[in-house]
Design a protein around this ligand. Structure first.
Ligand code: 6PG
Length: 271
C-alpha cells in the first residue's frame, strides 16, 4: 500500500472564483520559488479550465502581471497534443494566446513540447530539454516548483489516459502515449516526474467532473481506470482547487473550514 498522502481541497461557488484563486496560487508559488531558489520552474496543463486563470495572470487590471517576476520564470508543459503549435488543438497555442503574448516572459524560458514532430522524437527531445534546462545529472528527476493539472471526466490527467501504456512508465520522464479513446497520440510527462513536484495543484470545475472526482478522491484505488489516482507527490503538496459543481460528490464534514470572508471552504482528506 503506498504511503498516505494528504490532499487539501478548496471549494469556491463558481469557476470565476476558482480561476482567481488559481492565479493567486500561481503567483504565490512563483514568487516564493524565486525568493528561495532564484528561479521558478512551473509546468502547466492545457485543456479549457486553465484559460481563465491565464487571462487573469495577463490582465493589467489584476495585480499579477505587474507583480510576478516573469524574468525568473521557466515555463514547461505537462502534456501536448501531437499537432503543430498553430493548431487549434495545441496547448501551446492556447497558452500563447491567453498568456504568453501578453506578459514579458523571455522566449528562451518557454519550453514548448514540439507537437509537430514524430511523437517519440518529440518526447525524447523534451526529456533532453528537461535535463539541460534544469542541469539534471544522471538519474536526477526534475522538481517543478509548481505543476498544474486538470482532470478529464474519464479520470485522466496530463495525457495519462485510462488503460494506456504511459500509465506503466516508471523510468522515462516524458513519453509519447497512444490514446485509442481519442484516436490520437499525445506527449506527456509521466506520473513519477509529476510526483516529484514541490506543489501539485489540480484545477477542476463543472458537473461533468462531479462523479469522477468523488471516485478519484474517495473511491477504491484503481489507477488503470482512474489515472488521476497516480498523482501522489513524493514529498510535495497536493491541492485541488474546485468549484461547488465539481465538488458536489465529496464528503461535507461539518468541520469544513470556511475561509475568512466566507468565499470558500477548505478541507483535507487522506489518500
Ligand atoms: C490536455 C490537458 C488535459 C486536461 C484535461 C481537463 O491536454 O487536454 O492537459 O489533461 O487537463 O483533459 O481538460 P479541461 O480543463 O478542458 O476539462
Amino acid at each position: 500500500m503506498p504511503q498516505p498522502v494528504t490532499v487539501t481541497y478548496s471549494i469556491w461557488p463558481e469557476p470565476k472564483a476558482v480561476a482567481l484563486a488559481a492565479a493567486q496560487f500561481f503567483s504565490d508559488a512563483v514568487t516564493r520559488a524565486v525568493a528561495t531558489r532564484g528561479a521558478a520552474r512551473v509546468a502547466i496543463s492545457g485543456g479549457s479550465t486553465p484559460k481563465a486563470m491565464f487571462a487573469l495572470l495577463a490582465d493589467p487590471a489584476q495585480p499579477f502581471a505587474a507583480s510576478i517576476p516573469w524574468d525568473k520564470l521557466h515555463l514547461y508543459w505537462v502534456d501536448e497534443r501531437c499537432v503543430p503549435p498553430t493548431d487549434a488543438e495545441s496547448n501551446y497555442r492556447m497558452t500563447k494566446e491567453a498568456l504568453l503574448s501578453k506578459i514579458p516572459l523571455p522566449a528562451e524560458q518557454v519550453y514548448r513540447m514540439e507537437g509537430e514532430l514524430n511523437p517519440e522524437e518529440a518526447a525524447s527531445r523534451y526529456e533532453t530539454v528537461l535535463r539541460n534546462s534544469m542541469k539534471l545529472e544522471g538519474a536526477e528527476s526534475p522538481a517543478f516548483d509548481l505543476l498544474l493539472l486538470g482532470m478529464g471526466d474519464d479520470g485522466h490527467t496530463a495525457s495519462l489516459f485510462p488503460h494506456t501504456a504511459a500509465l506503466e512508465e516508471i523510468t522515462r520522464m516524458v513519453v509519447a502515449n497512444h490514446v485509442p479513446q481519442k484516436e490520437t497520440w499525445r506527449i506527456t510527462l509521466t506520473a513519477p516526474v509529476i510526483n516529484q513536484a514541490r506543489q501539485v495543484c489540480f484545477l477542476i470545475e463543472g458537473r461533468a467532473k462531479t462523479k469522477v472526482l468523488a471516485e478519484v478522491l474517495t473511491g477504491p484505488r484503481d489507477p488503470e481506470r482512474l489515472p488521476s489516482q497516480l498523482i501522489r507527490p513524493t514529498s510535495g503538496s497536493l491541492r485541488f482547487l474546485l468549484d461547488e459543481a465539481a465538488a458536489a460528490g465529496l464528503p461535507k464534514p461539518d468541520n469544513r473550514l470556511t475561509a475568512p470572508g466566507g468565499a470558500h471552504t477548505v478541507d483535507t482528506l487522506e489518500l
